[in-house]
Design a protein around this ligand. Structure first.
Ligand code: DX5
Ligand code: ZN
Length: 223
């Protein structure tokens, strides 16, 4: 069942020199989660931030930290992010040889377990791990960079994933990441997403609170 829409600004587009203040600003601006993009220079070309930064910013918000691991061998990062205060830890299906084991590992630390799919990866690849999945994250851009354009071919995947979760009786969140903004959010929400990542659409705005509210209102009206 679709839930109330969660808005999760991605700190990838924040000013990293003032990261604590930037997180406090989206918290004050009414975000639901803080989306924390981890890149390793291997699974995706850039290198961003690790568990030490997660620990450092933990005290700037009480809201859930939604860690998106765009890394190879993500099971090596689960313990350190769990200890750093992450609430949701999402791994890529494409990076996990033993996906079920990795999701169970995340849950063993008392954290929500997420699985992400690149735009080219079929929804059917996660059908057999829904029993240990708390969140499905569909990439609507090829991961690695903020500010890319939404890939409209992913909208059918959102519908397909919504149907699969409902058929399985799963109450996992269905999160969409990449190119979500006031122009695309209605399409994404109408297709069945209930958690929306927005990086440049929030941090590129002058007024973060207004950007969050505008995205939320459009999503709620569309779904
Ligand atoms: C991309 C990241 C996204 C990114 C989204 O690889 O996973 O979370 O920050 O940025 P926008 O919302 O600007 O597409
Ligand atoms: Zn992300």
């Amino acid at each position: 069942m679709k839930k109330d829409t969660v808005i999760a600004p991605s700190i990838l587009s924040a000013d990293f020199a003032r990261l604590g203040e930037e997180i406090k600003a989206i918290d004050d601006g009414g975000c639901d989660w803080v989306h924390f993009d981890v890149m390793d220079g291997s699974f995706v070309p850039p290198i961003t931030i690790g568990d030490n930064i997660c620990s450092a910013i933990r005290s700037y918000t009480d809201k859930p930290i939604d860690v998106h691991l765009m890394v190879n061998h993500p099971d090596t990062q689960v313990e350190s992010f769990a200890k750093a205060g992450a609430d949701i830890i999402t791994v890529h299906q494409e990076a996990c040889v033993h996906l079920e084991r990795t999701l169970q590992l995340i849950r063993s630390y008392g954290k929500k377990a997420g699985v992400s799919l690149n735009p080219s990866t079929p929804v059917s690849t996660i059908k057999n791990v829904l029993h240990c999945t708390d969140l499905v994250l569909l990439m609507s851009v090829n991961p690695g960079y903020g500010g890319q354009s939404y890939i409209h071919a992913v909208t059918d995947k959102i519908r397909e994933a919504r149907q699969m979760l409902d058929d399985a009786g799963s109450d996992a969140w269905l999160e969409v990441d990449g190119g979500v903004n006031i122009k695309t959010v209605e399409e994404v929400a109408a297709a069945g997403a209930d958690a929306l990542v927005a990086g440049s659409a929030v941090y590129g705005a002058n007024d973060y609170a207004k950007a969050i509210k505008d995205i939320r209102d459009l999503a709620n009206n569309a779904s």
